[in-house]
Design a protein around this ligand. Sequence first.
Ligand SMILES: *Cc1c(COP(=O)(O)O)cnc(C)c1O
Length: 427
Amino acid sequence: MLNETKEFIKEMYQIGDKVFDLSEEVIGEIGHKFDELKEIREYNQYKVLSAMQEAKLSDMHFNWTTGYGYNDIGREKVEEIYSKVFHTEDAIVRPIIVNGTHALTLCIQGLVRPGDEILSITSAPYDTLQGVIGIREEKGSLKEYGVTYKQVEFLENGNVDLDGIKEKINEKTKLVMIQRSKGYAWRKSLSIDDIKEAIDVVKSINPELIVMVDNCYGEFLDTKEPTDVGADVMAGSLIKNPGGGLALTGGYIVGKRDLIELISYRMTSPGIGKECGLTFGTTRSVLQGFFMAPYVVSQALMGAMFCSRLFEKLGYEVLPKFDDIRSDIIQCIKLNDADEVVHFCEGVQAAAPVDSFVKPVPWDMPGYDSEVIMAAGAFVQGSSIELSADAPIRPPYNVYFQGGLTFDHSKMGVMKAAQFVLDNKLK
Ligand SMILES: *Cc1c(COP(=O)(O)O)cnc(C)c1O
C-alpha cells in the first residue's frame, strides 16, 4: 500500500491502528478467494456482451418515443437483451416498475386468480411481499381477492424441506415461490443447485405448477440463473445487481412467453400488455449498467467477503463466512444491540460519496413491520448495488451490508463501520 493511501485511511478517514492492521491481515488472507470470482465474472461479462451483439444493439436504441410508446425499439431491445441473458422466451424491463417489490407483485397478481393458492417454499417471503399476499393485513392484498397462502419452513440445517413441499401442495396450489436471497433473515442463500433440486421436486409433483423466483441480489453470482434450472418466471430490481449502479430505476421480469403476457396484462391492461409504455430515455443507462453488472457484482462480492472476515476477526458471528459459497451479495453480521446496528450504519454512511455528512436514523419504512435503518449515500436513491447497509431494528440485531461499485470503496465502508462500532464500545 502506498504511504499516501495509508495516510488517507488513517488521517482523513480516522481509521485506528486496530482496524487498519486487521484489514491488512484480512486482505492477506482472502486475496486468493478474489481470484476465484474472476471466473464467474468473466463468463457473465461475455454472456452479456454476446447478447448485446446478437441483438444488434445500436445507438438508435437509446432514443425513445412519446405518448402510448408503440413500437419503441429501444424498449424492445432492452427486453430482448434481458431475455437472451436469462435464457427466457420473453421479458419485461421497465422504468415504470418502481422497485423489486413491484416487479414481484406484478408476477404474483398476474398469475393467480381467486381460489388459487400460493405456496412459498422458502419460508416467509421478503417483508414487503407479505402485505401483497395478505400474510400481513394490507388493503388490496391478494387475500381480499380470495387467494390463499401456505409456506414451507426451512429445515434446521437451512435447506429447503423437500418433503414439506410434497405435503403442502394440493389441488388449489397454482404458484410456487422461491426466494433466492436471505432478505432480512439469518439463513444461507439458495445456490442454483438448491433451487434446481427444489424446482425438480415441485415439477415432479405437478408440472403445471408455476415456479416463480425472487432473484433480488442474486444476478451474476453464478454462471447459471434460476431460469436456467427450471424457474418459469423470475424478477428483480434494477437498482440492485443487474442495473450495475447506472440504472436510475426499474425492475425486470423474465420468463415463459404466456406467463409474461399474463403479467403484462396486470402491468398495463388486459389486451394491451407490454405493447405500451415509455422508457423516458432510460434505455442507455439500463443497458450500460447491465453491461457493467458482472464486474460491479464481483466488486461488491469482494467487499462482502472482506466485511465477513473483518467482523469475524472482531468477534462477531457472520453469515456467510468469507470462504462460503455465495448466492447473493449480502453480508449479514450479528451485532450485539440496536446501538451497534446504528453505529455500523453511521460508519457506512460516513464512507459514502453522497450525503456522507448525514446521520442515518431508524424510521417506519412503508411495507416493513418494524423500524428500519438504512445507510445509503448513493448516486441513485436507495440503490443497494451501491455501498449500503440496512437493518430492521429488532432482535437479533442483524445488519445487512451490501454493494460497492468498486472494491476500494466497499472496503472503506467496512473499515468505517468497524471503527464506529469499536469507538462507541469504548465510550
Ligand atoms: C430487495 C428485495 C426485494 C424487493 O425490494 P425493493 O426494495 O422493493 O426493491 C424483494 N426480495 C428480496 C429478497 C430483496 O432483497
